[in-house]
Ligand binder design. Structure first.
Ligand SMILES: O=C1O[C@H](COP(=O)(O)O)[C@@H](O)[C@H](O)[C@H]1O
Length: 217
């Protein structure tokens, strides 16, 4: 873990993470005229998305995608794309270009991410690097030429799509956003010894990529 940003509560965390991500996107736009942001789904990012959607940056120059997706229609409550559309692509961020992962060949052609925000499940998965995943070994292989991969796992619910470790670890900024004591305990365990296959978030934590933790109780 390169750095830890600890907040008193969810609201402050969401604001702090949104400020840092917005600043980083603005820097990328300043430097090269455009920026790419990859976000996680699940339950944790909702408030962060709502704060980030109000950031005063040139969103029309930002491409937004997901680090992973559940292979369900966007009408499903389980769709990460639905979450992004409902909570991030609103307000000022409505001007961003969204690149969903399901049935979209353009997703694998996206340029490197300027910012990627990861989550983590209580089973030690991040993105859709799930314990027991049928393609987990390839997904967390730092040398794989694949950028986006399909994966199914007993604990994953539906089949998934996920960007692979080389794509995630090459992000300009890599944040891990988790909340609550239980996830902090899971992270502490993941930072200890043990196989990556048991807690695949270890593949990211042990990679050369500097990861910044954003956490609140
Ligand atoms: O299934 C997923 O779960 C993780 C963690 O989600 P949370 O509900 O515990 O916040 C998420 O990071 C990932 O993007 C999502 O597909």
């Amino acid at each position: 873990m390169e750095a830890e940003r600890i907040f008193e509560a969810r609201e402050a965390l969401a604001e702090g993470l949104a400020r840092d991500v917005g600043d980083e996107l603005a820097r990328a736009i300043e430097a090269k005229g455009k920026a790419t942001l990859a976000v996680s789904g699940g339950t944790t990012p909702k408030l962060f998305f709502e704060k980030l959607s109000q950031a005063d940056i040139p969103w029309s120059r930002v491409s937004v995608t997901l680090v992973d997706e559940r292979q369900v229609p966007e009408s499903s409550e389980r769709s990460n794309a639905r979450l992004v559309r409902q909570h991030l692509l609103q307000n000022k961020a409505a001007a961003a270009r969204f690149v969903p992962l399901v049935d979209n060949p353009d997703a694998a052609k996206l340029p490197g991410f300027d910012v990627a925000v990861l989550g983590m499940g209580n089973d030690g998965h991040t993105a859709s690097f799930f314990p027991g995943g049928d393609t987990l070994a390839e997904a967390i292989d730092g040398e794989t030429p694949k950028r986006l991969i399909a994966i199914s796992a007993p604990g994953a619910g539906e089949p998934r799509l996920t960007f692979t470790l080389p794509v995630l670890e090459s992000a300009g900024r890599l944040a891990l956003h988790i909340e609550g004591a239980e996830k902090k305990q899971v992270l502490t365990k993941a930072l200890g010894e043990g196989p990556e296959e048991d807690m695949p978030v270890r593949a990211v934590l042990r990679s050369a990529a500097p990861v910044t933790l954003y956490w609140c109780p």
